[in-house]
Design a protein around this ligand. Structure first.
Ligand code: UTP
Length: 288
């Protein structure tokens, strides 16, 4: 069976973006003209996903409201004859069924995924991090679903990172290449440059098999009291094939102040309605 369900964890505290994230999930912070998580949901929709589960935490109301219909706003736009904005607003709540579950305490990404256990009902599923925007054609998660269809198992999106970035990511060790699928024989969370087995970093897209839930219940919390998804994946090594996949396309992280700003600029420069004016502004700013 192929992948039809996705879980989008969006319950982290977003401390790197404080104070903006004090009462607002970082996934709801605007990137150009829409919340970051809307890009993620649009990628899921474009990949044929028909069931989206968003894991929420504090400040959950804005997330739920955003993906709900806003009849009052629709009526207002309709009365004004602003059909373009009406279509943009309607498309947010159209399409796949969207569900919400609350992670009661932010006990890590692994713990957030565990909250999806009942919903996934023994099926393999995708995980898309709500603060990681992927721009690619076909969409990154669609590329991974295709790989999964030929290589059933856990699939982890990988990206080559520079030496200075290695200690910020989970890093994998690849033992064998099977076409585009890279068989993984180890993964290390945030290693020192010396201890890193490669420069291939785990980034925000995964396909997981249902065995992950028992693994998440079997692992210990880390020093910060968080349950890491990478620890659960490592726990399954040897019993479930674990593949890495170097996706085609670009990835934009909105999780830190600098990358949040650069993501806004890069995505705005991709837009026909903003590119020229923004480029002019940036050029004048730099030449000043
Ligand atoms: P991050 O580690 O990037 O998010 O988690 P964070 O903990 O919110 O960030 P900082 O370090 O404090 O700034 C990656 C993804 O996992 C979700 C986050 O919302 C983010 O989309 N997450 C993380 C949860 O859903 N629950 C958690 O307990 C932790």
């Amino acid at each position: 069976m192929s992948i039809s369900k996705v879980v989008i964890p969006a319950a982290g505290l977003g401390t790197r973006l404080l104070p903006a994230t004090k009462s607002q999930p970082k996934e709801m912070l605007p990137v150009v003209d829409r919340p970051a998580i809307q890009y993620v949901v649009e990628e899921a929709k474009a990949s044929g996903i028909d069931d989206i589960l968003i894991i929420t935490g504090r400040g959950k109301r804005t997330l739920e409201d955003h993906f709900d219909r806003s009849i009052e706003l629709e009526r207002h736009l309709e009365a004004k004859g602003d059909m373009a904005k009406l279509a943009a607003v309607r498309s947010i709540s159209d399409g796949p069924a969207t569900y919400f579950i609350r992670q009661k305490e932010p006990k890590g990404l692994g713990h957030a995924v565990l909250c999806a256990e009942k919903h996934m009902a023994d099926q393999s599923f995708a995980v898309m991090l709500g603060d990681d925007i992927f721009v690619s054609e076909p969409p990154a998660i669609a590329q991974m679903i295709e790989l999964y269809n030929n290589n059933p198992g856990i699939i982890i999106a990988l990206q080559e990172v520079s030496d200075s970035q290695i200690p910020l990511y989970g890093i994998v060790s690849v033992c064998k290449k099977q076409g585009k699928a890279l068989l993984i024989d180890d993964l290390v969370e945030k290693p020192s440059l010396k201890a890193a087995p490669s420069n291939l970093a785990i980034v925000g897209r995964y396909i997981l098999t249902p065995e992950i839930f028992d693994a998440l219940k079997s692992i210990e919390a880390d020093k910060k009291g968080e349950f890491q998804l990478t620890d659960a994946i490592r726990y399954l090594m040897g019993s479930v094939p674990i593949y890495g996949y170097k996706f085609t396309g670009c990835r934009y992280d909105v999780g830190s102040k600098l990358t949040y700003l650069t993501t806004n600029i890069e995505l705005a420069l991709m837009r026909d309605d903003l590119r020229d004016d923004l480029r002019k502004f940036l050029t004048e700013l730099i030449n000043d």
